[in-house]
Design a protein around this ligand. Structure first.
Ligand SMILES: [Zn+2]
Length: 87
């Protein structure tokens, strides 16, 4: 019986941690301008590579992330999608 309570406490801690991470990610996404937000979405959905060694997305972080070649590539895709949507 107490083992079940401990398992539940562990599960609750795990879920609270995941919730905190999701809220953090949402806050970071909401802070981006729409063009960059779309670039993040497009990268997550369509990048076929490993995001460290393959495309370098995760190597590019902090204030200079959006000047890195991987981020610049997906900003370009974001602009292409926006342009296509506008006709
Ligand atoms: Zn990638």
């Amino acid at each position: 019986m107490f083992g079940d309570v401990e398992k539940l406490e562990t599960k609750i801690l795990e879920l609270e941690q995941k919730l905190g991470q999701a809220k953090q990610k949402r806050a970071e996404l909401n802070a981006l301008d729409p063009e960059k937000r779309l670039a993040v979405f497009l990268h997550e959905k369509f990048c076929p590579h490993n995001h460290t060694d393959g495309c370098a997305w995760w190597y590019e972080s902090g204030d200079t992330a959006w000047t890195g070649q991987a981020h610049v590539r997906w900003i370009k895709h974001s602009r292409e999608v926006s342009a296509a949507m506008e006709g």
